[in-house]
Design a protein around this ligand. Sequence first.
Ligand code: EPU
Length: 370
Amino acid sequence: MIISYDYDLSGWNTFGMKVSCGCFVEYGSAEELAVQWNAIRSGDDFPRPFLHIGRGSNLLFTRDFPGTVFHSDIRFIRPLTDVHPAAGQDSAEVLVEVGAGVIWDDFCRWCSENALWGPENLSGIPGETGAAAVQNIGAYGVEIKDIIRKVTCFDCVTGNSTGFRTSECRYGYRESIFKTSAKGRYVVTSVVFALSSEDKPRLEYGHVRNAVEQALSENGSAPCCGKVGSGHAMTPGLVRDVILSIRDSKLPDPDVVGSAGSFFKNPVIPRSDYERIASIARIEYGQEYEVPHFDAGSGFIKVPAAWLIDRCGWKGYREGNAGVWERQPLVIVNATGEASPREILDLESKIRLSVLEKFGVELQPEVEHI
Ligand code: EPU
């Protein structure tokens, strides 16, 4: 276990906020955490409050953190069943357990290299596997909950390990019990994924299918996957490459420009509110104009926050060191690398106010404010 005091967190948040914490603790296994936990909980050496982070890819540190930050360095990818089920075997399902500290995209790449379907649409999302399961990351029509079979946690109250089936995690849009009712109690130590060795592409989101078909016609076969030459042109590797290039064209590279991805959630609003927005849009942009939207069921409609922010004129806006990404206005960026938390918070407030004034919609941050 590594323990450091007055620790610089600049490298531990993708927004690049120059903040520090009172104490930083990194553990390498669930067993190590369990053995040390009583001493940590009862000792004065670890300032309060406690905070567990992954790579800090969905966090905005609003100031120096006075307490103790914990990070899991549990890194393993362990198949629990045969990775290449023999032809004729009953099930094409492959179960793989992944340590919470594994970089999420490293696991996505591992799946592609092993010709396993499941996380390919979630390729390129920054962060680690444990945090991804807490946040229920989602992109291009897939959420991580769709491929999770079990989440194993350390229980900070009992000091024991405990498992949650997917249904017990109460997953929703960027939600789980680990962020809500059980926040602070459980630390994810590993996640079991149910993958498939049989073709299972999910191409319904936006223009993903078109992009994949174009890549297929250009390549003839998939570039980076074990099935090349076996008669399958469509592979997880091909879909992964397409998703990575879509992301590249829209989102800032966190290694180059600081951000925490989508800053706001897409609002889910009553149909009557959507109708009001649609009529504002028709007045402003013409009678034929259709506001992008998705039916969220039970009389609710999901409207892209990117559209609302875009229509308020924020795309590419810069104020001091903070800005709005020019190709995806849902992303607030640390444009110069020197932005202070105050600058990001001020820009957040201005964007929220303008969307509220123009469309009557209150945007909620997706990024967790610490
Ligand atoms: N749009 C605009 N202007 C723009 C960009 C988008 O009006 O400049 C509108 C368009 O109508 C577009 C719609 O917004 O069709 C949706 O845009 P996009 O497909 O880029 O997705 P999003 O809803 O803005 C969500 C996730 C992203 C994820 C993408 C792709 C949230 C908060 N964000 O964004 O996740 O990558 O879908 O699936 O749900 C993240 O969570 O950090 C993240 C990047």
